[in-house]
Design a protein around this ligand. Structure first.
Ligand code: SAM
Ligand code: DTB
Ligand code: SF4
Length: 341
Protein backbone atom coordinates (compact mmCIF):
# COMPACT_ATOMS: atom_id res chain seq x y z
CA UNK A 1 0.00 0.00 0.00
CA UNK A 2 1.17 3.57 -0.65
CA UNK A 3 2.73 5.64 2.12
CA UNK A 4 -0.13 8.07 2.75
CA UNK A 5 2.19 10.93 3.63
CA UNK A 6 3.87 10.96 0.22
CA UNK A 7 2.55 12.79 -2.86
CA UNK A 8 0.72 10.50 -5.25
CA UNK A 9 1.40 10.39 -9.00
CA UNK A 10 -1.41 10.56 -11.56
CA UNK A 11 -2.72 7.17 -12.64
CA UNK A 12 -0.78 5.91 -15.64
CA UNK A 13 -0.53 2.17 -15.06
CA UNK A 14 -3.15 -0.15 -13.63
CA UNK A 15 -2.70 -2.40 -10.65
CA UNK A 16 -4.59 -5.53 -9.67
CA UNK A 17 -6.00 -5.13 -6.17
CA UNK A 18 -6.48 -7.82 -3.54
CA UNK A 19 -9.25 -8.20 -0.98
CA UNK A 20 -6.66 -7.93 1.80
CA UNK A 21 -5.51 -4.53 0.47
CA UNK A 22 -9.07 -3.24 0.33
CA UNK A 23 -9.88 -4.50 3.81
CA UNK A 24 -6.70 -2.79 5.04
CA UNK A 25 -7.89 0.49 3.49
CA UNK A 26 -11.26 0.10 5.25
CA UNK A 27 -9.40 -0.46 8.55
CA UNK A 28 -7.35 2.78 8.34
CA UNK A 29 -8.09 5.63 10.74
CA UNK A 30 -10.70 7.80 9.01
CA UNK A 31 -8.38 10.83 8.70
CA UNK A 32 -5.59 8.77 7.14
CA UNK A 33 -7.99 7.24 4.63
CA UNK A 34 -9.37 10.66 3.69
CA UNK A 35 -5.89 12.10 3.27
CA UNK A 36 -4.86 9.22 1.04
CA UNK A 37 -8.01 9.52 -1.08
CA UNK A 38 -7.62 13.30 -1.39
CA UNK A 39 -4.01 12.88 -2.55
CA UNK A 40 -5.08 10.42 -5.25
CA UNK A 41 -7.97 12.68 -6.24
CA UNK A 42 -5.76 15.77 -6.63
CA UNK A 43 -3.20 13.87 -8.69
CA UNK A 44 -5.88 12.96 -11.23
CA UNK A 45 -8.63 15.61 -11.21
CA UNK A 46 -9.49 19.21 -10.46
CA UNK A 47 -10.34 18.69 -6.78
CA UNK A 48 -13.22 21.22 -6.86
CA UNK A 49 -14.95 20.12 -10.06
CA UNK A 50 -18.06 17.93 -10.10
CA UNK A 51 -19.66 16.33 -13.16
CA UNK A 52 -23.48 16.58 -13.35
CA UNK A 53 -25.66 13.80 -14.81
CA UNK A 54 -29.44 14.05 -14.98
CA UNK A 55 -31.58 10.91 -14.87
CA UNK A 56 -34.90 10.21 -16.55
CA UNK A 57 -36.97 7.05 -16.29
CA UNK A 58 -38.09 6.46 -19.90
CA UNK A 59 -39.98 3.25 -19.01
CA UNK A 60 -41.17 2.92 -15.44
CA UNK A 61 -42.31 -0.14 -13.45
CA UNK A 62 -43.49 -3.65 -14.20
CA UNK A 63 -39.99 -5.17 -14.40
CA UNK A 64 -39.75 -8.97 -14.49
CA UNK A 65 -36.67 -9.03 -12.23
CA UNK A 66 -36.69 -9.44 -8.44
CA UNK A 67 -33.90 -7.05 -7.34
CA UNK A 68 -34.59 -6.71 -3.60
CA UNK A 69 -33.97 -2.95 -3.45
CA UNK A 70 -35.97 -1.92 -6.50
CA UNK A 71 -39.27 -0.03 -6.55
CA UNK A 72 -39.85 -1.10 -10.17
CA UNK A 73 -40.00 -4.88 -9.83
CA UNK A 74 -43.45 -6.28 -10.72
CA UNK A 75 -42.88 -8.72 -7.84
CA UNK A 76 -42.87 -6.01 -5.16
CA UNK A 77 -45.96 -4.17 -4.00
CA UNK A 78 -44.58 -0.64 -3.94
CA UNK A 79 -47.67 1.09 -5.31
CA UNK A 80 -45.77 2.15 -8.43
CA UNK A 81 -47.87 2.19 -11.61
CA UNK A 82 -46.47 0.40 -14.64
CA UNK A 83 -46.14 2.99 -17.42
CA UNK A 84 -45.50 2.76 -21.13
CA UNK A 85 -42.36 4.13 -22.72
CA UNK A 86 -42.13 7.91 -22.97
CA UNK A 87 -42.34 9.58 -26.38
CA UNK A 88 -39.11 10.69 -27.97
CA UNK A 89 -40.32 14.32 -27.94
CA UNK A 90 -40.96 14.23 -24.18
CA UNK A 91 -37.52 12.76 -23.53
CA UNK A 92 -35.83 15.39 -25.69
CA UNK A 93 -37.72 18.22 -23.96
CA UNK A 94 -36.58 16.91 -20.55
CA UNK A 95 -33.00 16.59 -21.80
CA UNK A 96 -33.06 20.17 -23.10
CA UNK A 97 -34.26 21.41 -19.68
CA UNK A 98 -31.52 19.37 -17.97
CA UNK A 99 -28.90 20.99 -20.19
CA UNK A 100 -30.27 24.45 -19.44
CA UNK A 101 -30.07 23.64 -15.71
CA UNK A 102 -26.37 22.77 -16.12
CA UNK A 103 -26.20 18.99 -16.63
CA UNK A 104 -23.58 17.67 -19.06
CA UNK A 105 -24.81 14.08 -19.28
CA UNK A 106 -28.34 12.72 -19.68
CA UNK A 107 -29.05 9.18 -18.48
CA UNK A 108 -32.15 7.34 -19.64
CA UNK A 109 -33.28 4.33 -17.58
CA UNK A 110 -35.75 1.58 -18.40
CA UNK A 111 -37.22 -1.03 -16.03
CA UNK A 112 -36.40 -4.00 -18.21
CA UNK A 113 -34.57 -7.28 -17.80
CA UNK A 114 -33.21 -6.25 -21.19
CA UNK A 115 -34.46 -4.37 -24.26
CA UNK A 116 -36.59 -6.02 -26.97
CA UNK A 117 -35.58 -5.20 -30.54
CA UNK A 118 -38.56 -2.87 -31.13
CA UNK A 119 -37.80 -0.99 -27.89
CA UNK A 120 -34.19 -0.56 -28.86
CA UNK A 121 -35.26 1.27 -32.04
CA UNK A 122 -37.04 3.93 -29.95
CA UNK A 123 -34.11 4.22 -27.55
CA UNK A 124 -31.60 4.70 -30.37
CA UNK A 125 -33.75 7.58 -31.65
CA UNK A 126 -33.71 9.16 -28.18
CA UNK A 127 -29.93 8.76 -28.01
CA UNK A 128 -29.47 10.44 -31.42
CA UNK A 129 -31.65 13.40 -30.51
CA UNK A 130 -30.26 13.91 -27.00
CA UNK A 131 -26.72 13.73 -28.36
CA UNK A 132 -27.64 16.36 -30.98
CA UNK A 133 -28.39 18.76 -28.09
CA UNK A 134 -24.70 18.61 -27.16
CA UNK A 135 -25.21 16.39 -24.11
CA UNK A 136 -23.29 13.22 -23.31
CA UNK A 137 -25.68 10.27 -23.51
CA UNK A 138 -26.09 7.33 -21.15
CA UNK A 139 -28.69 4.57 -21.03
CA UNK A 140 -29.40 1.79 -18.55
CA UNK A 141 -31.66 -0.85 -20.09
CA UNK A 142 -30.68 -4.07 -18.33
CA UNK A 143 -28.92 -7.01 -20.00
CA UNK A 144 -27.89 -6.73 -23.65
CA UNK A 145 -27.95 -9.50 -26.25
CA UNK A 146 -25.17 -9.82 -28.84
CA UNK A 147 -25.41 -6.98 -31.39
CA UNK A 148 -27.51 -4.64 -29.23
CA UNK A 149 -24.55 -2.67 -27.84
CA UNK A 150 -23.37 -2.07 -31.43
CA UNK A 151 -26.78 -0.59 -32.33
CA UNK A 152 -26.50 1.79 -29.39
CA UNK A 153 -22.94 2.71 -30.34
CA UNK A 154 -24.06 3.46 -33.91
CA UNK A 155 -26.68 5.85 -32.51
CA UNK A 156 -23.87 7.76 -30.75
CA UNK A 157 -24.26 6.40 -27.20
CA UNK A 158 -21.41 7.55 -24.93
CA UNK A 159 -22.04 5.52 -21.72
CA UNK A 160 -23.94 2.39 -20.71
CA UNK A 161 -24.83 2.03 -17.02
CA UNK A 162 -24.94 -1.52 -15.72
CA UNK A 163 -24.05 -2.02 -12.07
CA UNK A 164 -22.47 -5.04 -10.42
CA UNK A 165 -24.58 -3.84 -7.46
CA UNK A 166 -22.89 -6.04 -4.85
CA UNK A 167 -20.06 -8.56 -4.49
CA UNK A 168 -20.63 -11.91 -6.21
CA UNK A 169 -20.83 -13.74 -2.86
CA UNK A 170 -23.82 -11.60 -1.76
CA UNK A 171 -25.54 -11.22 -5.15
CA UNK A 172 -27.88 -14.21 -4.72
CA UNK A 173 -29.24 -12.76 -1.49
CA UNK A 174 -30.42 -9.64 -3.33
CA UNK A 175 -31.35 -10.88 -6.84
CA UNK A 176 -32.31 -14.37 -8.02
CA UNK A 177 -33.70 -13.80 -11.54
CA UNK A 178 -30.29 -13.17 -13.11
CA UNK A 179 -26.71 -13.74 -12.03
CA UNK A 180 -23.64 -11.71 -11.33
CA UNK A 181 -22.08 -13.51 -14.33
CA UNK A 182 -24.91 -12.21 -16.56
CA UNK A 183 -23.99 -8.67 -15.51
CA UNK A 184 -20.34 -9.28 -16.45
CA UNK A 185 -21.41 -10.60 -19.88
CA UNK A 186 -23.33 -7.38 -20.62
CA UNK A 187 -20.41 -5.25 -19.41
CA UNK A 188 -18.12 -7.11 -21.82
CA UNK A 189 -20.55 -6.47 -24.70
CA UNK A 190 -20.64 -2.76 -23.87
CA UNK A 191 -16.85 -2.57 -23.72
CA UNK A 192 -16.39 -4.53 -26.96
CA UNK A 193 -18.76 -2.15 -28.76
CA UNK A 194 -16.55 0.80 -27.75
CA UNK A 195 -19.06 2.38 -25.34
CA UNK A 196 -17.81 3.88 -22.06
CA UNK A 197 -18.74 1.79 -19.02
CA UNK A 198 -20.68 3.21 -16.07
CA UNK A 199 -20.65 0.51 -13.39
CA UNK A 200 -21.02 0.68 -9.63
CA UNK A 201 -23.17 -0.70 -6.86
CA UNK A 202 -25.30 -0.23 -3.76
CA UNK A 203 -24.29 -0.27 -0.12
CA UNK A 204 -26.52 -0.29 2.95
CA UNK A 205 -28.33 -3.49 2.00
CA UNK A 206 -27.32 -5.29 5.22
CA UNK A 207 -24.05 -6.49 3.68
CA UNK A 208 -20.83 -6.86 5.67
CA UNK A 209 -17.76 -4.66 5.25
CA UNK A 210 -16.09 -7.61 3.54
CA UNK A 211 -18.87 -7.60 0.92
CA UNK A 212 -18.43 -3.85 0.40
CA UNK A 213 -14.69 -4.43 -0.05
CA UNK A 214 -15.51 -7.28 -2.46
CA UNK A 215 -17.75 -5.02 -4.56
CA UNK A 216 -15.08 -2.30 -4.88
CA UNK A 217 -12.48 -5.00 -5.61
CA UNK A 218 -14.56 -6.43 -8.46
CA UNK A 219 -15.10 -2.94 -9.92
CA UNK A 220 -11.45 -1.93 -9.59
CA UNK A 221 -10.22 -5.16 -11.17
CA UNK A 222 -12.38 -4.75 -14.28
CA UNK A 223 -9.92 -4.24 -17.12
CA UNK A 224 -10.19 -1.49 -18.23
CA UNK A 225 -11.71 0.10 -15.15
CA UNK A 226 -15.19 1.68 -15.56
CA UNK A 227 -15.05 5.33 -16.60
CA UNK A 228 -17.93 6.13 -14.20
CA UNK A 229 -18.57 4.44 -10.86
CA UNK A 230 -21.93 5.23 -9.23
CA UNK A 231 -21.99 4.43 -5.52
CA UNK A 232 -25.59 4.24 -4.32
CA UNK A 233 -26.75 4.27 -0.70
CA UNK A 234 -29.83 2.06 -0.49
CA UNK A 235 -33.03 4.10 -0.69
CA UNK A 236 -35.52 2.10 1.36
CA UNK A 237 -38.64 2.00 -0.75
CA UNK A 238 -41.64 0.70 1.25
CA UNK A 239 -42.82 -2.62 -0.23
CA UNK A 240 -39.35 -3.77 -1.32
CA UNK A 241 -37.84 -6.74 0.54
CA UNK A 242 -34.74 -4.81 1.56
CA UNK A 243 -36.73 -1.99 3.13
CA UNK A 244 -38.55 -4.49 5.31
CA UNK A 245 -36.10 -7.22 6.19
CA UNK A 246 -33.48 -5.10 7.86
CA UNK A 247 -35.61 -3.81 10.67
CA UNK A 248 -39.11 -5.18 10.54
CA UNK A 249 -41.13 -2.17 9.51
CA UNK A 250 -40.59 -0.70 6.04
CA UNK A 251 -38.13 2.15 6.05
CA UNK A 252 -37.21 1.65 9.69
CA UNK A 253 -34.31 -0.77 9.21
CA UNK A 254 -30.89 0.04 10.56
CA UNK A 255 -29.08 2.39 8.23
CA UNK A 256 -25.47 2.05 7.20
CA UNK A 257 -23.22 4.28 9.28
CA UNK A 258 -22.55 7.35 7.09
CA UNK A 259 -18.80 7.14 7.78
CA UNK A 260 -18.81 3.65 6.27
CA UNK A 261 -20.42 5.14 3.17
CA UNK A 262 -17.72 7.86 3.02
CA UNK A 263 -15.02 5.19 3.46
CA UNK A 264 -16.49 3.28 0.50
CA UNK A 265 -16.28 6.43 -1.66
CA UNK A 266 -12.66 7.01 -0.56
CA UNK A 267 -11.67 3.44 -1.39
CA UNK A 268 -13.36 3.64 -4.79
CA UNK A 269 -11.33 6.83 -5.44
CA UNK A 270 -8.03 5.24 -4.33
CA UNK A 271 -8.52 2.04 -6.31
CA UNK A 272 -10.00 3.67 -9.45
CA UNK A 273 -7.94 6.85 -9.61
CA UNK A 274 -8.92 7.99 -13.10
CA UNK A 275 -12.64 7.12 -12.86
CA UNK A 276 -15.44 9.52 -12.05
CA UNK A 277 -16.87 8.34 -8.73
CA UNK A 278 -20.52 9.33 -8.54
CA UNK A 279 -22.31 10.08 -5.28
CA UNK A 280 -25.61 8.54 -6.42
CA UNK A 281 -28.87 7.44 -4.77
CA UNK A 282 -29.34 8.40 -1.12
CA UNK A 283 -28.02 11.98 -1.21
CA UNK A 284 -31.21 13.35 0.35
CA UNK A 285 -30.80 11.05 3.32
CA UNK A 286 -27.05 11.78 3.69
CA UNK A 287 -27.43 15.52 4.22
CA UNK A 288 -24.95 18.29 3.40
CA UNK A 289 -22.21 17.42 5.91
CA UNK A 290 -21.83 13.83 4.77
CA UNK A 291 -22.02 14.86 1.11
CA UNK A 292 -19.18 17.33 1.73
CA UNK A 293 -17.12 14.48 3.23
CA UNK A 294 -17.89 12.40 0.13
CA UNK A 295 -16.50 15.17 -2.11
CA UNK A 296 -13.42 15.32 0.12
CA UNK A 297 -13.12 11.53 -0.22
CA UNK A 298 -12.96 11.91 -4.01
CA UNK A 299 -16.53 11.80 -5.29
CA UNK A 300 -16.59 14.01 -8.38
CA UNK A 301 -19.96 13.38 -9.95
CA UNK A 302 -23.61 13.47 -8.85
CA UNK A 303 -27.08 12.80 -10.17
CA UNK A 304 -28.50 16.27 -10.59
CA UNK A 305 -32.21 17.06 -10.77
CA UNK A 306 -35.21 16.75 -8.50
CA UNK A 307 -35.81 13.06 -9.19
CA UNK A 308 -33.69 9.94 -9.61
CA UNK A 309 -35.74 7.28 -11.45
CA UNK A 310 -38.72 6.88 -9.12
CA UNK A 311 -37.49 8.44 -5.86
CA UNK A 312 -36.46 11.93 -4.79
CA UNK A 313 -33.12 13.72 -5.08
CA UNK A 314 -32.02 17.09 -3.67
CA UNK A 315 -33.55 19.83 -5.79
CA UNK A 316 -31.41 21.87 -8.13
CA UNK A 317 -31.47 24.97 -5.92
CA UNK A 318 -30.30 22.95 -2.89
CA UNK A 319 -27.37 21.60 -4.92
CA UNK A 320 -26.51 25.09 -6.18
CA UNK A 321 -26.47 26.32 -2.58
CA UNK A 322 -24.29 23.42 -1.44
CA UNK A 323 -21.86 23.95 -4.33
CA UNK A 324 -21.62 27.65 -3.45
CA UNK A 325 -20.93 26.87 0.21
CA UNK A 326 -18.20 24.38 -0.72
CA UNK A 327 -16.73 26.40 -3.61
CA UNK A 328 -17.38 23.56 -6.03
CA UNK A 329 -17.88 24.13 -9.74
CA UNK A 330 -19.39 22.11 -12.54
CA UNK A 331 -17.06 20.11 -14.71
CA UNK A 332 -17.37 20.80 -18.45
CA UNK A 333 -17.88 17.87 -20.84
CA UNK A 334 -14.66 15.83 -21.19
CA UNK A 335 -13.26 17.69 -18.19
CA UNK A 336 -10.90 14.99 -16.96
CA UNK A 337 -7.55 16.51 -16.10
CA UNK A 338 -4.60 14.99 -17.92
CA UNK A 339 -1.52 13.84 -16.06
CA UNK A 340 1.05 16.65 -15.88
CA UNK A 341 -1.41 19.55 -15.87
N1 SAM B 1 -33.10 -2.28 -15.20
C1 SAM B 1 -31.79 -1.80 -15.36
C2 SAM B 1 -30.79 -2.53 -14.52
O1 SAM B 1 -31.16 -3.19 -13.58
O2 SAM B 1 -29.60 -2.41 -14.82
C3 SAM B 1 -31.65 -0.30 -15.16
C4 SAM B 1 -32.32 0.42 -14.03
S1 SAM B 1 -31.80 0.01 -12.37
C5 SAM B 1 -33.03 0.90 -11.49
C6 SAM B 1 -30.27 0.91 -12.14
C7 SAM B 1 -29.58 0.84 -10.81
O3 SAM B 1 -30.21 1.68 -9.88
C8 SAM B 1 -29.52 -0.50 -10.12
O4 SAM B 1 -28.54 -1.34 -10.65
C9 SAM B 1 -29.18 -0.08 -8.69
O5 SAM B 1 -27.78 0.00 -8.50
C10 SAM B 1 -29.78 1.31 -8.57
N2 SAM B 1 -30.95 1.32 -7.68
C11 SAM B 1 -32.19 0.91 -7.97
N3 SAM B 1 -33.01 1.04 -6.90
C12 SAM B 1 -32.27 1.56 -5.89
C13 SAM B 1 -32.54 1.89 -4.54
N4 SAM B 1 -33.74 1.72 -3.99
N5 SAM B 1 -31.54 2.39 -3.79
C14 SAM B 1 -30.31 2.56 -4.33
N6 SAM B 1 -29.99 2.25 -5.60
C15 SAM B 1 -30.95 1.74 -6.37
C1 DTB C 1 -27.25 4.19 -10.61
O1 DTB C 1 -26.25 3.58 -10.18
N1 DTB C 1 -28.13 4.81 -9.83
C2 DTB C 1 -29.20 5.39 -10.63
C3 DTB C 1 -28.74 5.09 -12.08
N2 DTB C 1 -27.57 4.29 -11.89
C4 DTB C 1 -29.67 4.54 -13.06
C5 DTB C 1 -30.55 4.96 -10.23
C6 DTB C 1 -30.85 5.15 -8.77
C7 DTB C 1 -32.25 4.73 -8.52
C8 DTB C 1 -32.69 5.02 -7.13
C9 DTB C 1 -34.07 4.54 -6.86
C10 DTB C 1 -35.13 5.12 -7.75
O2 DTB C 1 -35.21 6.35 -7.92
O3 DTB C 1 -35.93 4.33 -8.27
FE1 SF4 D 1 -35.67 -4.39 -13.01
FE2 SF4 D 1 -33.39 -2.99 -12.99
FE3 SF4 D 1 -35.18 -2.76 -10.97
FE4 SF4 D 1 -33.77 -5.00 -11.23
S1 SF4 D 1 -32.93 -2.94 -10.79
S2 SF4 D 1 -36.00 -4.86 -10.85
S3 SF4 D 1 -33.61 -5.18 -13.45
S4 SF4 D 1 -35.48 -2.16 -13.08
Amino acid sequence: MNDMTQPVAAATTRKTWTLAELEALYALPFNDLMFHAQNVHRANFDANAVQLSTLLSIKTGGCSEDCGYCSQSARHDTGLEREKMLDVAEVVATARAAKEAGATRFCMGAAWRGPKEKDLGAVTEMVREVKALGLETCVTLGMLKPGQAEQLKDAGLDYYNHNLDTASEFYGQVITTHTHGDRLDTLARVRDAGIHVCCGGIVGMGESRRVRAGLILELANLDPQPESVPINMLVKVPGTPLAVEQGGEAGKGENLDPFEFVRTIAIARITMPASHVRLSAGRQELGEGVQALCFLAGANSIFYGDKLLTTGNPDVSADAALFAKLGLHTEPVQGRRCAGH
